[in-house]
Design a protein around this ligand. Structure first.
Ligand SMILES: Nc1ncnc2c1ncn2[C@@H]1O[C@H](COP(=O)(O)OP(=O)(O)OP(=O)(O)O)[C@@H](O)[C@H]1O
Length: 570
């Protein structure tokens, strides 16, 4: 970056540009560095003092609170660092962690006159020409911006998010110092991060820069809305692009109740159970279907709408999962519920929680001991909080690390479960989550998911009757699950080229050990027979068959007969 370029206008995080800017302004860097170093030195000294005075235990909570206050005082970058650390039980001790979780943007609002001025400069018009009404003071102030309630001249109610002034210079300077410190301090820290600490600062910087670009937030909101366009349960505010810029975001006002306000939600006559179910299912859809997920779903960002929908706001922090990761996550859930710890350990390697060279043999029994307890006899006893707590214990004994992406996912799951528990103390996440996963596997909309189903149903080449039974039984606890469309998809699949293999496997399974497995078939039939009334079934079968051409049927039939004969005579 040349000396003339104002650092205010950088939209992308570029550590080299930032470094060359501050290299010529060392006085700025030094002043801030001294302030930060002094604050932390005083805090570290108080920790040491506690050790010398043998007061660690009794001052534990006080120090944790002081740490939170210290980060708040140092401003937006440090609040965000604190928020990020609050998701890392592998890095931060427990009492600090609990305090950091509370780090909810406790900054005082900035001056209204500055905010109004910023709106006019950014949007190039007087405020009165843009909004017919705008609240005289903000309705909320957060670490990066504050929000006003207003109305457009066309009558729509809007939320207007205005960024704190000078955010970019403050953040860039802090990131420059953090990066510099990361390079110098890393060798002295007892951390096993598996990465260069500077890369972590860079990843953090990239995310933070995305978050302070409101055009990016608007785009995220629209992408999220598109993913849920066919879902009548999820509400996403519309973006008013004409009144939006990098630093001002104008979006539809959501007239709902924050999930933090459980009392109001109930008073409004909204069914908490239904909202919870939407929350968990839409959360899982983001992770396992769309791959594009809201990385900051704290209850203040979620609304229960009077019509029973759930509203999402704040799309500044989103993340994207690739196909393989999504599939491996589905695998991990299935392996966890099937108590298949060997495969689960392999999933951890694939997901990056363990490095590929890790010897997983000692880890498998450890997983079994911790997770087996957490699940208990009944899958319904499973909860994420217990799992993550137990998992953090494992982290100290085995070389687990939390890839940055998963820190967000885990936080998002634990938060959703927490929200659900605050609305219904008897909530069991798995009662919603597993039927969802089971349903997705059984309906197998994509070839990848169908392959997953086969992986689940066949272990070491043997068909697992019990697993199919479990899956159907669990999927049926979800009232949205209808066996018939699934049967239709199954039938279509069996008649497709890809399904030939499954035919062969099914027939081998039916005749395994030289007997016909009629008992198992009978049990499965008992599970689904109520849904499969003969005339409905016939309709489905006819529907599928009429879609097939004569040639297709002719091509399939001989092979099926051959396999059947071959299978039985085996
Ligand atoms: N569309 C909206 N409808 C109603 N209220 C809104 C809307 N958008 C924002 N708000 C209010 O403004 C507050 C802050 O908004 P938002 O979460 O988007 O800001 P933020 O700066 O990203 O804060 P944080 O990251 O801390 O959640 C919300 O908690 C909510 O009270």
């Amino acid at each position: 970056m040349s000396l003339q370029t104002p650092i205010q206008n950088n939209r992308r995080y570029d550590p080299n540009e930032i470094a060359s800017y501050y290299r010529y302004r060392p006085w700025l860097a030094w002043a801030r560095a001294l302030n930060v170093i002094w604050s932390f030195a005083a805090f570290i000294f108080s920790l040491k003092w506690d050790e010398w005075q043998n007061q660690v235990e009794q001052n534990k909570l006080k120090r944790a609170t002081q740490l939170r206050q210290l980060l708040t005082r140092l401003g937006p970058t440090f609040i965000k660092v604190g928020q990020a650390l609050s998701t890392r039980p592998d890095l931060v001790r427990k009492d600090f962690l609990e305090e950091l979780v509370k780090l909810q943007d406790q900054l005082p609002p900035f001056d209204n006159a500055i905010a109004y001025q910023l709106i006019e400069t950014e949007l190039g018009r007087p405020v009165k020409e843009i909004y017919s009404e705008l609240s005289p003071s903000p309705v909320a102030a957060a670490s990066l911006g504050q929000v006003y309630r207003g109305r457009l001249h066309t009558g729509e109610e809007v939320a207007v998010k205005v960024q704190r002034p000078n955010l970019r210079p403050v953040i860039t300077l802090d990131l420059y110092l953090l990066r510099w410190a990361a390079g110098w301090l890393a060798p002295w820290l007892p951390l096993n991060l598996g990465h260069d600490l500077r890369l972590i600062v860079d990843e953090f910087g990239t995310k933070l820069f995305e978050e302070i670009d409101y055009l990016n937030e608007g785009r995220n909101a629209e992408k999220f809305a598109t993913n849920f366009r066919n879902d009548p349960h999820v509400k996403v505010p519309a973006i008013y692009w004409r009144y939006t810029s990098t630093r001002v975001l104008t979006l539809e006002w959501l007239n709902g109740f924050k999930l933090t306000d459980t009392k109001k939600v109930k008073e409004a006559g909204i069914d908490p159970e239904a909202i919870i179910e939407i929350g968990v299912t839409s959360g899982l859809q983001q992770l396992l279907e769309h791959g594009f997920f809201h990385a900051d779903p704290h209850p203040g960002n979620l609304f229960a709408m009077p019509d029973g929908r759930m509203g999402y706001i704040d799309f500044g922090m989103m993340d994207q999962l690739d196909e393989t990761t999504k599939e491996t996550l589905v695998d991990a859930v299935v392996h966890l519920v099937n108590k298949d710890y060997n495969d689960l350990a392999k999933d951890y390697v694939k997901l990056g929680f363990l490095t590929p060279d890790t010897d997983i043999r000692p880890i498998v029994p450890a997983l079994e001991a911790t997770l087996g307890n957490a699940i208990g006899k009944n899958v319904g006893d499973f909860n994420f909080k217990t799992i993550t707590d137990q998992f953090s214990e494992l982290m100290y004994d085995y070389p687990f690390r939390v890839p940055a992406k998963f820190a967000l996912i885990i936080r998002s799951l634990v938060t959703q479960e927490g929200i659900a528990l605050s609305l219904n103390p008897n909530f069991k996440i798995v009662e919603v989550a597993y039927p969802y996963v089971a349903r997705r596997l059984l309906t197998g909309e994509s070839p990848q998911l169908r392959r997953r189903l086969l992986d689940v149903l066949f272990k070491d080449g043997k068909f697992q009757w019990q697993r199919l039974e479990n899956l159907i039984a669990i999927a049926r606890t979800d009232e949205n699950f209808d066996v018939l469309p699934t049967a239709k998809l199954g039938l279509e699949y069996l008649l497709s080229d890809e399904g030939k293999y499954l035919w062969r496997q099914l027939i081998l399974a039916l005749t395994e050990d030289d007997r016909l497995h009629t008992e198992e078939v009978q049990r499965l039939w008992n599970l689904v027979k109520d849904d499969l009334k003969p005339n409905r079934l016939l309709d489905v079968a006819i529907g599928v068959l009429t879609d097939l051409s004569k040639e297709r049927v002719a091509a399939i039939l001989p092979s099926v007969t051959a396999i059947a004969t071959f299978g039985i005579k085996r």
